[in-house]
Design a protein around this ligand. Structure first.
Ligand code: PHE
Length: 331
């Protein structure tokens, strides 16, 4: 009996192949007399059928045995722990952007966007920062090489404030938007990266006052830091596109040797703000006697650091998953 598929194939060739013994018998039929053939024909054909059937039966048995062997040797243990594929995590900046959008949506603010490659007019001129203004020097701007003389200078936006301009030019007041996104300045140390994130806020309506600004910021910061004891301090400041302008500090306390937001043991600057300058409103084609508003701009990375207790801004953009997991962000 053939022990395996190869041996069985040898048997088949030996009997039924071109030179096979059964084939030879079939060929011999041609040389027989009709009488002989009548006797031998059915016998030889019968023999061929029988050999064929036997080989088929053996083949089935061998295959069944092979399968049984496989099933016995290749067992699957369904209880073994599974190797999980590496899962991504939500970046703290994305997390904070989502939180901001949610908080401001509750206050009736829509989310607006603008290009990161901006022109000089939207980033500076329309914001009441003319060519010669010293504020331009403070922005450490990344400019693109000029293409042709007379063409607008293009740059990487240094703040999200140009979205104020784009929004006022595209939509009718009343306006209530926030504009989160990437911003760029040529600056790098533990608290500055050349690319960072800001969120802009803009409200344009009738009869808007500094009181609306303060209430909005207070409501936002309480919701963001999830504490009712958040205290704000508005310090007079200067931005060309707001008048009056205020820098906003948030009070912190020291708990177990760590700074936490809430109370007023010390102050940390979190954002710049003010009443939108009439010149800016006019530059966007609106009548400043009819429309007033407030604006604010806030570093998102800084907000994330304060809320989640991170100390080096550069780690935000290293792409090290261990750092993300350490701070407990998960998909
Ligand atoms: N654009 C300012 C900055 O980047 C922040 C700001 C926005 C101030 C809106 C006032 C109003 O520093």
């Amino acid at each position: 009996m053939a022990a395996g598929p190869d041996a069985l194939e040898a048997v088949r060739v030996h009997a039924l192949g071109k030179q096979g013994s059964v084939t030879a018998l079939l060929k011999s039929l041609g040389k027989m007399t009709p009488d002989e053939r009548q006797v031998q024909g059915p016998r030889i054909h019968g023999l061929r059928e029988a050999v064929n059937a036997a080989i088929g039966a053996r083949k089935e048995k061998l295959e069944a045995a092979l399968l049984a062997d496989k099933l016995a040797s290749e067992t699957l243990d369904m209880t073994l722990p599974v190797d999980m594929p590496a899962a991504g995590t939500v970046h703290p900046v994305s997390q904070v952007m989502d939180e901001l959008a949610e908080i401001f949506a509750d206050l009736g603010f829509a989310v607006a966007t603008g290009p990161e490659i901006e022109d000089d007019w939207h980033n500076f001129t329309a914001l009441n920062i003319p060519d010669t203004h010293p504020a331009r020097a403070m922005h450490d701007t990344f400019y693109f090489p000029a293409k042709e003389s007379g063409e607008q200078k293009m740059l990487l936006r240094t703040h999200t404030s140009p979205v104020q301009i784009r929004t006022m030019m595209q939509s009718e007041p009343p306006i209530r938007i926030i504009a989160p996104g990437r911003t760029y300045r040529s600056d790098s140390d533990a608290t500055h990266t050349p690319m960072f994130h800001q969120v802009e806020g803009l409200v344009i309506d009738k009869g808007i006052t500094l009181g609306h600004l303060k209430w909005t910021l207070e409501t936002f910061l309480k919701a963001f830091f999830e504490r009712d004891d958040v205290v704000l301090r508005l310090r007079p400041s200067y931005f060309p596109f707001t008048e009056p302008s205020a820098e906003v500090d948030v009070g912190f306390s020291v708990e177990k040797g760590k700074r936490v937001i809430g109370g007023s043991q010390g102050w940390m600057e979190v954002l710049g703000s003010g009443m939108v300058h009439p010149k800016v409103i006019a530059a966007c084609g609106l009548d400043p006697d009819e429309w007033q508003g407030f604006a604010f701009g806030c570093g998102i990375d800084r907000l994330a650091m304060l809320k989640y207790g991170m100390d080096d801004l550069r780690a935000f953009f290293d792409g090290d998953l261990r750092w993300l997991r350490h701070y407990g962000f998960s998909a």
